[in-house]
Design a protein around this ligand. Structure first.
Ligand SMILES: NC(=O)c1ccc[n+]([C@@H]2O[C@H](COP(=O)([O-])OP(=O)(O)OC[C@H]3O[C@@H](n4cnc5c(N)ncnc54)[C@H](O)[C@@H]3O)[C@@H](O)[C@H]2O)c1
Length: 351
């Protein structure tokens, strides 16, 4: 029986560097080949891991030993690559968001189903240690019925980000283009939180009223968005996010996502989780805030690769399904539509 899953990396830009590290660190996986249309990118990553590189997807797909195609290209290229890979019986792990349209997501899901391969979306924050802890608290009912969900972040993305990401590894034009990226800060960044909150709470957004705009970025994607939403248990949520807020928040203030229950609350900050219970829960007394320091909020990639590789080896579906990816995309697209039409948009979206 095979002990390791061999990955073909498609797109060798900024995030592929992190994923390659995770694949090679995980005992269930190895990198088999890397591909990019930009030879410098492909060669650089290949040299780091002593693996071959190529310039076309076809060359990856014809490699019989490759089990998984990991797609880390600009968003509009996720769907064609995933469908092609599934057609060649390769399992697919695609970067978030699953795609830029629901139609594309459906075509990807159909292709994977037809081929009998796994299709998953990269949401590493599900694999943070603290995610387990928060989920346990929610599942135990320790904060009671959830009635409020507040999330969002104010960040600052300098001009260089839009053409070269955080590291400037490669100059590209896709981040500023709505056609190529599908959206700005909400789809690009908050899609992680949307997925995480779905996972933590089991709740789905049923309607959304959003406002968004592009105030200070040479882009046709939004750099500011706020929205309120209703969840399927009746809870009410709010999100506010932007990429133009230089200085973020003043030093004494803490930014974070907040789960508000009838019996307590959870405040998820960058490196700390705060909990407040109205009744004693485990070792926590009631009526006071408890501060729980947590590790690197940007981690989770190794856990994600391990889980996906184990699923492939066991012939089971991975924990994060393509439908999860579709659902978080749907919430983003509903917000965009709401902002465009000035109306409340209900989910599921019909088209
Ligand atoms: N950068 C991050 O911090 C980050 C974090 C999490 C997820 N992601 C996601 O990862 C994906 C890639 O983002 P990135 O930041 O690495 O982008 P990037 O622009 O740094 O890299 C994209 C790479 O894809 C290559 N590419 C373009 N067309 C291709 C094709 N047809 N075949 C193969 N390669 C092709 C480009 O040459 C480039 O090297 C996106 O879905 C993004 O949302 C990025």
């Amino acid at each position: 029986m095979r002990k390791k899953v061999l990955y073909g990396i498609v797109g060798c830009g900024e995030i592929a560097v992190q994923t390659a590290k995770a694949i090679s660190a995980c005992e269930k996986s190895d990198i088999g080949i890397v591909q990019d249309i930009n030879e410098d990118m492909a060669r650089d990553l290949a040299d780091k891991y002593g693996v071959p590189y190529c310039l076309t997807l076809d060359e990856v797909l014809k490699e019989k030993l490759i089990d998984v195609v990991y797609i880390a290209t600009p968003h509009y290229l996720h769907a064609p690559a995933a469908i092609d890979a599934a057609g060649h019986k390769k399992h697919v792990l695609v970067e978030k968001p699953i795609s830029t349209t629901l139609r594309d997501a459906d075509r990807m899901i159909e292709a994977a189903k037809e081929a009998g391969v796994a299709l998953s979306v990269a949401f590493p924050s599900r694999y943070l240690e603290r995610t387990k802890m928060i989920k346990q608290i929610v599942d135990d009912g320790a904060i009671g019925r959830l009635v409020g969900i507040d999330f969002g972040q104010y960040t600052y993305k300098p001009e260089s980000y839009w053409s070269g990401g955080w590291t400037g590894r490669i100059k590209t034009d896709w981040r500023t283009s709505r056609e190529k990226s599908g959206g700005g800060v909400f789809l690009m960044n908050l899609v992680h939180t949307i997925d995480l909150l779905r996972y933590l709470t089991g709740l789905e957004v049923t309607s959304i009223a959003a406002n968004w705009d592009t105030f200070d970025t040479e882009a046709d994607v939004e750099d500011f968005l706020t929205a309120t939403m209703r969840y399927d248990n009746g809870a009410i949520g709010a999100v506010r996010t932007s990429t133009l807020v230089e200085g973020k928040a003043p030093p004494e203030t803490i930014e974070g996502d907040r789960l508000l229950g009838l019996n307590g609350q959870i405040f998820i900050a960058l490196e700390t989780v705060y909990v407040f219970f109205r009744k004693p829960y485990r070792d926590y007394n009631s009526g006071t805030w408890h501060r729980i320091p947590t590790a690197d909020p940007w981690g989770g990639r190794e856990g994600m690769i391990t889980d996906f590789s184990k699923a492939v080896l066991a012939g089971r579906q991975p924990a994060i399904t393509a439908l999860d990816g579709r659902r978080s995309l749907e919430v983003c697209l509903a917000a965009y539509r709401s902002g465009q039409t000035g109306s409340v948009v209900t989910l599921p979206l019909l088209d």
